[in-house]
Write a protein that binds this ligand. Sequence first.
Ligand code: ZN
Length: 408
Amino acid sequence: MDIVSRFLKYVSFDTQSAEDAETVPSTAKQLDFARYLRDELEDIGLKEIYLDDMGYLYATLPANTQRECPVVGFISHMDTSPDCSGANIKPRIVEKYDGGDIILNDEGMKTGPDKFPELKAHIGEDIIVTDGHTLLGADDKAGIAAIVQAMVYLKEHPEIEHGRIRVAFNPDEEIGMGAHHFDVERFGCDWAYTMDGGDVGELEYENFNAASGKVEITGVSVHPGYAKGKMVNAIRVAADFVEALPKDEVPEKTEGYEGFFHSTGIEGNVERATVSYIIRDHDRDRFEQRKRLFLKTADELNAVYGEGTVKATVKDQYYNMREQIDPLPHVIDVAVKAMADAGVSPRIQAIRGGTDGAQLSFKGLPCPNIFAGGLNFHGPHEFLPIPNMEKAMQVVVNICKIVGEFNS
Ligand SMILES: [Zn+2]
């Protein structure tokens, strides 16, 4: 089976994950796809195939060299975003894209370079698009297809010497739970790569340090006609808190390595109000400063409105994986060389978010992120230039080859 047929088969499975589910995986339908993949890995002759009841699938391509080389792993996620339907995906291949608008369906929905200038880099290529009613699922089934096809390729080319290769496919990445039940010990790799980036060349090993913040305000409710000197309106205190944080350090005004405070929710009345935040920064020191400023803002408001009016708490969510990767420069060097050997210029960028790899890095598995090829994730404008996915597959093969030459 070629990589395109494999990808098209994968997106025929609806694997949408769900926020706030009590189960693991968050949706049972992800297990159907996990079982299909397990059987496929068996068919292509991978070993030590293990699917646990939470939907985590692990397998091995055994070494074909006697050389003592590191064990490297490749990881992709099986679920698609809760933001957009992943049921009855009807992918279509636009052959030799001409640079104009692509009509997605007969309701007139189209995608084009005006809105999505990234398309221009893919003129002349065959591109897989949706029918405008669902997402495509290239995030991250293009990654799975690239990894599986690379394993097939290595089996068919025994002259390429490689060490022990591990692959893993996990559920629930899109709801931030992909790394939670990932069994790093069972996986047993020196390091790994998530194949979950976007356009060709992407290589990421820096992400935000992340915390959530919560502000709980207790007001004093009094009849408004007789409130002078007595009432403390929790709503107004909440507004003061929001105003007190740096106004330009918000997602809509920051980019690159600039961190932010982002208010994600507010609810309240005179007596009680809560404001939810996320706090982000690539730099660990600035991240700690941000958390301190958040807590100090509560103290300052308490000095105005009375002790106990405002209670602020912060909770760390994840950290920048760069801390874990920096001591291991070969992890990045291998990926850069693998891309160069595939004719791809690496585009290293800092993620303004987190990845499963970030969490895995702190669980002891250094894990940068490499492109899988798709663009415009999580919506009906998602598309996948086929050469992107083929390059991702070559990068996987090249990494196996380069690591197989270690210690030689
Ligand atoms: Zn993804």
